[in-house]
Design a protein around this ligand. Sequence first.
Ligand code: SF4
Ligand code: SF4
Length: 114
Amino acid sequence: MDITKFEKYLALVTDHPLVLSPAERAGIILTRKEHCICPACPTYRKCAEKAGDRAFCTIGKSREGCITDESSGCRCPDCSIYRDVGFEKEFFCTRGTEQQQRILSVLEMREEVY
Ligand code: SF4
Ligand code: SF4
């Protein structure tokens, strides 16, 4: 079975646990927010902009159900972070992070498996 870039990344992190301090984690989120193209996505909403939320691939779903409608599509595959990390899932703002979606898909905890 082909091992994707993301799975190699996860294996690396698992073999060499990376314990991040709150400041380091905040730095990663800040960098991803700088590169994030969510604000240019038609699915992005004003409520997320007001909260300063983006980089949902890293922080998880939009808070308090701010973004729920997926009908306008997801721009994530066009993002440099997406390509560099090797993500495969989409709609992080409504479905959660890549890890959360993969785990839920495997466990089939949802009626609809993405
Ligand atoms: S992959 Fe998507 S959510 Fe993550 S930084 Fe890029 S555009 Fe934002
Ligand atoms: S996670 Fe995807 S669908 Fe959600 S706002 Fe960002 S680009 Fe659009």
